[in-house]
Design a protein around this ligand. Structure first.
Ligand code: ZN
Length: 200
């Protein structure tokens, strides 16, 4: 999708006192509770378009972006959610700073997701790799497991969350944050940093 004509926030959006995240910014919550923001966004779009539960349940985030575009007169919350969640899926294209350790040349774009049968998925930030075929092969060899490939998108916070318990999810979340810190050279996640990260 093209970046032009995208509405951009000029300041952080903070949740009001009706939210469980009173006083917290959407920008920081992208790191801390992506699922909450996604569900809120999908609910707002579903309500505006009067989708049934069955209709909306089958759709993924990318389909909700398309639907959301059709809606006029969006609330501030809706516009902000749409902006941040969309950036979270695209940010790897503009902010990734990590070099592929296999060729030491090209920008790494992917990481292997290792499938441990008993534990669900596990990230493996050691073995990031680039578009090159040889590097991909080497990454697979290093990981020595069945791997799926993923690029650095914020929806990877949710890869495992549906099936696993809270402890596992928290560990997964920490792994993703560690990975993102490395990939995007993130010093510390606070309101100002997170706002700049997504909007500049
Ligand atoms: Zn490479």
């Amino acid at each position: 999708m093209k970046q032009e004509n995208i509405w951009k926030p000029d300041r952080n959006y903070y949740f009001g006192n009706k939210s469980q995240y009173y006083g917290q910014s959407i920008a920081v919550l992208m790191f801390n509770d992506h699922r909450y923001l996604r569900i809120l966004f999908e609910t707002i779009v579903s309500k505006a378009l009067r989708l049934s539960f069955r209709e909306s349940f089958k759709k993924d985030l990318s389909e909700f972006f398309k639907l959301s575009k059709k809606i006029e007169n969006k609330s501030e919350l809706h516009k902000n959610l749409e902006f941040y969640l969309y950036q979270g899926e695209e940010i790897h294209e503009k902010k990734s700073k990590i070099i592929c350790p296999h060729c030491n040349e090209r920008e790494a774009k992917y990481f292997p997701l290792v499938n441990y049968l008993s534990h669900g998925f596990s990230l493996n930030p050691e073995f990031v790799f680039c578009d090159n075929k040889e590097c991909r092969k080497r990454a697979r060899f290093c990981a020595r497991e069945n791997i799926a490939e993923r690029c650095f998108k914020f929806s990877i916070f949710e890869i495992t969350s549906k099936y696993l318990d809270a402890d596992y999810y928290n560990k997964h979340r920490k792994d993703v944050i560690d990975l993102f810190k490395k990939v995007f050279s993130i010093p510390v996640i606070n309101d100002q940093f997170a706002f700049d990260f997504f909007s500049k």
